[in-house]
Design a protein around this ligand. Structure first.
Ligand SMILES: [Ca+2]
Length: 349
């Protein structure tokens, strides 16, 4: 389970991916008393331990696990920084749509061809989508994060000013996974927000969607790319991916888009498709291909470096990608990366 943590920082990537997180301002710990996440020094930690004991986890194991957790101020600082990033599409796109990431995506599919074929067959999710997710999240497993997940989640659970209860749930799921998988919680690494392994699943997602895709009896997203491939496909399938359907369509629209119209037509919102082709057409946003007036889509507007706006209409599968990360930029970067990987992979065959 232990592995040499890479020196290269995945901090930037992780920060960018989390830019949609709500603003958070870390509390300064009160003077004179060092913050601690250990059960004997922290009532919240004590309460969580009692709760997990009731649910069947051994008290000694929990005491030992939580006793190893360290309060980490940098995790709270990182959460604060991430919320403030606001990249334009062309800036965001440039990070992920690189020749190297495309080439390595095609290689990743080739290297695990059988697993990808099986995932597509069972879950209906194309190889290039799964590869693009893993490519965007961790560069195909190269940058899985170097924070001790135990420290990150314990700090966020007990000291995050607004999202403590969310992270308490993640910490509980994390401890359960470590116990069930029989791994040392202190040895597991991930993002500063507790996302783990090739696909950067947070612990509750790990519990709900990770699958043992190579059938060795363990669900290992940390070191097993085959389990990661099956798990991403399962996540998409469970969130409503529809095999064979388009992700988005091209559209045209006005040169400028007022913020009032953006709001009125729900541009770039990551709720399910809810705006009709007719509603959009009434405001000059037209699908390039002809569709029924009552077809519902997600209107998307992307800003390019020259100030032009690119219009697209997301379908259900675009919405499903936003279930992985609630950002339309993220979903479009994954989509375009998948297109580029698929084209190169096809060319190389
Ligand atoms: Ca496995």
């Amino acid at each position: 389970m232990t592995k040499v943590q890479r020196k290269t920082s995945s901090y930037l990537l992780v920060a960018l991916l989390s830019w949609g997180a709500p603003a958070a301002f870390a509390e300064e710990p009160s003077q004179g008393q060092a913050p601690s996440v250990a059960p004997e020094l922290n009532a919240d930690s004590q309460a969580l331990m009692a709760e997990l004991v009731q649910q069947g986890l051994p008290q000694d194991w929990l005491k030992d696990a939580l006793g190893q957790a360290a309060y980490t101020q940098s995790v709270l600082d990182a959460m604060e920084g991430a919320a403030e990033r606001r990249l334009k599409w062309h800036e965001y796109r440039a990070i992920f749509l690189t020749q190297q990431r495309i080439e390595e995506g095609a290689e990743f599919i080739e290297a695990h061809a059988q697993a990808f074929a099986r995932a597509e067959n069972i879950y209906g999710v194309p190889a290039e989508i799964i590869a693009a997710i893993i490519g965007v999240e961790t560069y195909y497993g190269r940058h899985k994060g170097q924070h001790r997940v135990l420290d990150s989640l314990a700090t966020l659970a007990f000291y995050h000013p607004t999202r403590g209860s969310f992270f308490r749930g993640e910490l509980a799921a994390f401890l359960r996974i470590a116990y069930e998988q029989d791994v040392e919680p202190g040895e597991l690494h991930g993002s500063y927000a507790g996302a783990m392994g090739y696909p950067q699943f947070i612990p509750t997602s790990y519990q709900a969607y990770a699958v043992d895709f190579d059938d060795d009896g363990r669900r290992d997203l940390w070191d097993n790319p085959v389990d990661a491939i099956g798990s991403v496909a399962n996540y998409f399938s469970e969130h409503g991916w529809r095999a064979g359907e388009a992700i988005y369509h091209q559209a045209t629209g006005p040169d400028e888009l007022s913020s009032a119209l953006r709001q009125q037509l729900s541009f770039n919102q990551t709720s399910s498709p809810s705006v009709s082709i007719a509603q959009l057409a009434a405001h000059g946003v037209e699908s390039v291909e002809p569709f029924d007036d009552d077809m519902l889509v997600m209107p998307l507007a992307f800003e390019f470096a020259d100030g032009e706006i690119g219009y697209r209409l997301g379908e259900n599968n675009f919405y499903v990608i936003t279930r992985y990360n609630h950002s339309h930029l993220y979903a479009m970067a994954v989509t375009e990366l998948s297109e580029a990987i698929a084209a190169l992979h096809e060319e190389q065959r």
